[in-house]
Design a protein around this ligand. Structure first.
Ligand code: GCB
Length: 622
């Protein structure tokens, strides 16, 4: 009986227009159909779904494909997989699973750090959460995920809502018509398998943590609501707030009010037939956001049917000659690179406390700036940076050897970039959008990357656009002439003098940097590994003394670049990486951190801190 039904499903699947090809890679190509993210969606939270979720590990994707390897959820009836919560055998569903008696994982959180046998796992894990939510008439409901790595298929009450690709960006689906009285069963297939044509590709230097790594909740809104807005100072103009408000729903033409009581700003605007209003507000005595005074204004946006509040900071950022001007004043970006990982739990950051700990360490280091590498970090991280006064370089995982000629790969990169920009466009802390890291030179790559740069500029003309480039060497000359530089607002590059370059540390100051572009230089990476607690002379690699000497010599060397306006050495904390195999010093940890996995500060932390304290005096009189 069971097999007869399987064949019947296979036949329906064969004639169904949505049928995926027999090849699982084609099935994967079914495109991301998540809806556009609602601006400041946390303010709309109705039901928080964080907590313990049941899970099933499914290395053969038994719950997704039938025994002929046809995806169950592409068949006309859409039944049979693990996503179907009914489990009656006479309907053909699999019976060899049971969410109710399965173990649980904490959400948000990667699976690798929560279950020993999943430490190296790359594949599918199914999650289930049962919830109740009394529905109010005339409200809309959205299911929101902060991030799932990498590919997520989402099912509510046995029906597919859709899928999303990209491990670090938020996504949502409207579920207004799909919620039911009593128990609702929410099932997520999370798959962190690496693929050559994805963003990132198969090769990176960080742990491929899988699972539902960020918050999950249901948001609710009125039928017509404020779905998006931007309010920021106009480029290079401290006297004008500029932006837009966008409504979604049936009553699109409305009057919109923007109120910032503390600044005595009260403005109205009219949305057009598409629900959009452009906003221009002349301002006089606005306290501008800066690391020294991270002022945020409580801002209310209202229309007849809806109201939303946000804390927004206002500042200008621009490049003038070789200077970066924050609020019209030259600044030096005293930064550090950070991964979205808490070394103390050896996993992805799970809570606001984890994120605050990292940014507090950056502040102790004397930073006014952080590079959130190599992918979008948690939205809460950006909000904390806003609150704590740290400028941010925000990046997408266009890292190393991307499939430059595949149009789907480009579309994926562009979507991740757009989602990042749309999510954080009201955060004063973000001053730079980075479109990638250390991408190898070629014509197709230049085409891909320059299109991404243009996209970033088009989506947001108030911030700077950059990328971490590479350097090539001729003797003592370190040359930066990547043609992508012409499309970027800053010159940023990674250099590993004293570590991968294999030279003697004391030779570093002899390097001369030839930079093709007359722009401010912001070094995105330098550094070297040190095992905390391993002490030796400064010539012994892996020792804290070597790393300290490397920083001292790097600082001497880089101070010779007259256009130097900032840096984010690699990296705040030791981090997990499958590439780092040395059995004594690494054991799957990249040891370039200034802080160990125990939270202990290495010597180089203090070297960089003294340099930053001196710079702060020079630039900001601090
Ligand atoms: C780099 C990469 C970074 C690595 C680092 C390293 O250039 O951008 O992701 O972790 O070097 O430690 O080698």
């Amino acid at each position: 009986m069971k097999y007869a039904l399987f064949f019947a499903f296979a036949f329906i699947a064969a004639i169904h227009p949505l049928r995926a090809q027999n090849n699982p890679d084609n099935a994967r190509a079914v495109s991301d159909n998540s809806a556009a993210i609602v601006q400041n969606i946390t303010a709309r939270m109705e039901l928080n779904l964080d907590g313990r979720w049941n899970y099933l590990v499914d290395p053969y994707e038994n719950g997704f494909y039938d025994y002929r390897h046809q995806p169950y959820d592409q068949s006309a009836s859409g039944t049979g997989g693990f996503f179907d919560d009914k489990k009656q055998t006479d309907k053909g569903q699999l019976i060899e699973y049971d969410f109710d008696r399965s173990p649980t994982l904490k959400v948000p959180g990667d699976w690798n750090s929560q279950d020993d046998k999943l430490l190296y796992y790359e594949g599918t894990v199914w999650y289930r959460r049962v919830f109740q939510l009394p529905k109010h008439p005339r409200r809309r409901y959205f299911l929101y995920f902060g991030a799932v790595n990498y590919e997520a298929h989402i099912y509510l009450n046995g029906k597919k809502l859709g899928m999303h690709k990209g491990g670090f960006t938020p996504f949502q689906f409207e579920i207004t018509d799909k919620l039911r009285e009593g128990d609702n069963s929410l099932i997520v297939k999370a798959d962190n398998t690496r693929h050559k044509d994805e963003i990132p590709t198969v090769n990176t230097d960080w742990w491929n943590y899988g699972g539902i790594t960020r918050d999950v909740y249901i948001a609710s809104t009125p039928e017509t609501f404020i779905s998006d807005y931007q309010l920021q100072l106009k480029k290079a103009d401290p006297n004008t707030l500029e932006g837009y408000v966008q409504l979604s729903g049936g009553a699109l033409a409305q009057t919109v009010n923007i109120d910032i009581n503390e600044a005595n700003i009260h403005t109205t605007a009219q949305t057009d037939a598409t629900g959009r209003a452009r906003i221009t507000i002349p301002v006089k005595k606005l306290t501008r956001w800066s690391p020294e005074n991270p002022k945020l204004y409580s801002t209310t946006i209202k229309c007849t049917t809806d109201e939303v509040r946000d804390d927004i900071g206002f500042r200008t950022i621009e490049v003038k000659g070789l200077d970066i001007l924050l609020n019209g004043k030259p600044t030096f970006l005293r930064g550090i690179s950070i991964h979205d990982e808490n070394p103390l739990i050896q996993g992805r950051n799970r809570s606001e406390g984890d994120l605050r700990m990292l940014l507090t360490w950056a502040k102790e280091l004397g930073c006014n700036y952080v590079r959130l590498a190599h992918y979008p970090h948690n939205e809460t991280m950006i909000r904390l940076a806003d609150e704590m006064g740290l400028m941010v370089w925000a990046e997408v995982p266009v890292y190393w050897t991307i499939s430059w000629t595949n149009p789907d790969t480009y579309a994926n990169a562009e979507k991740q970039l757009s989602d990042l920009i749309n999510r954080d466009r009201n955060r004063a802390a973000v001053i730079i959008w980075s479109i990638g890291n250390e991408t190898p030179l070629s014509e197709p790559r230049l085409d891909f990357m320059s299109r991404l740069a243009a996209k970033a500029h088009q989506l947001d003309n108030t911030r700077l656009v950059s990328a971490a480039l590479e350097v090539h060497r001729k003797g003592n000359e370190a040359i930066v002439d990547d043609p992508l530089g012409a499309h970027l607002d800053l010159v940023s590059f990674n250099e590993y003098a004293g570590w991968y370059w294999g030279d003697k540390l004391t030779d570093l100051p002899n390097y001369h940097f030839s930079v093709k572009y007359d722009r401010p230089v912001v070094i995105t990476e330098f550094g070297g590994d040190a095992l905390a607690g391993f002490h030796a002379d400064p010539d012994t690699r892996w020792s804290e003394e070597y790393q300290e000497a490397l920083y001292n010599n790097q600082i001497k060397m880089l101070s010779g670049i007259s256009a130097l306006r900032g840096m984010t050495p690699w990296i705040l904390c030791d981090f997990r990486s499958p590439r780092r195999q040395h059995p004594v010093y690494q054991n799957f940890w990249n040891r370039k951190g200034l802080i160990s996995e125990q939270g202990v500060k290495k010597k180089a932390f203090f070297t960089l801190k003294s340099f930053y304290d001196a710079i702060a005096k020079k630039y900001d009189g601090l």
